[in-house]
Design a protein. Structure first.
Length: 230
């Protein structure tokens, strides 16, 4: 059974809450796409609403519906170390660091002390399609999964799937056999089965799930992927 993770790109805290409501009860993990507006365009929550996030960091309130979800946080930010440590405090279960960010190694090294224990944090390394795979060679040991970006322009949903992704996934599977391979971007009921056959074990889908009936779209994606990979 491959893992299907809904991706939420929330402009506001309220939008995060409403999207969580739409996948509650059938998705256990969700990815929150966090964009600072510098590393990638179009800043999202919490960069557009710091007050609500500060309340979470001060433990005045928790993440919305924290009892129902595991939060995977995709940090498309310049200050990745600072952001990563904040999201550990906020209760993230998984944190994704983009290796194109200026402080990628600093962030990955800072997260190592959180990778073990009862409340451990799973660490992933995201790589864009134009970044040489060789850059991962010296960093891969700092994470347990690799997130291959399936679109040319990150930080937005609805981008078309880039066909180069399939070859990238195959190479990642061969090059890093002990890592979970995740794909984020352009995932739907057509690309999903092909990605799993290429070696992906996690699929992160945003627009396909949330454009319409989220529960039904999630079911379609899961059923299609499982039917093609059994």
């Amino acid at each position: 059974m491959r893992e299907i993770i809904p991706a939420i790109l929330p402009a506001t805290f309220d939008e995060l809450v409403s999207h969580l409501e739409r996948v509650k009860g059938f998705a256990r993990a969700v990815q929150i796409d966090v964009v600072d507006g510098v590393f990638a365009p179009m800043a999202t929550w919490p960069y557009r609403d710091r007050d609500s996030f500060e309340r979470i960091l001060r433990e005045e309130e928790g993440m919305p519906q924290w009892e129902d979800f595991e939060f995977e946080v995709d940090l498309m930010v310049e200050a990745s170390k600072e952001a990563a440590l904040e999201w550990v405090r906020a209760g993230a279960s998984r944190i994704v660091i983009h290796i194109e960010s200026p402080d990628d190694r600093g962030a990955l090294e800072a997260l190592q002390i959180y990778r073990e224990g009862e409340a451990s944090v799973e660490v992933g390394l995201a790589i864009s399609l134009d970044t040489p795979i060789e850059k991962l060679d010296s960093l891969a040991h700092l994470g347990s999964f690799i997130q291959v970006m399936g679109i040319s322009h990150i930080g937005k949903q609805g981008e078309p799937f880039d066909s180069r992704t399939l070859a990238r996934v195959r190479e990642m599977r061969d090059r890093f056999p002990s890592h979970i391979i995740s794909v984020d971007g352009g995932v739907d009921d057509i690309t999903g089965p092909a990605l799993v056959e290429a070696g992906a074990s996690r699929l992160v889908a945003g627009s396909f799930i949330f454009e319409g009936d989220a529960k039904e779209n999630y079911r379609i994606l899961r059923t299609t992927v499982n039917a093609h990979t059994q």
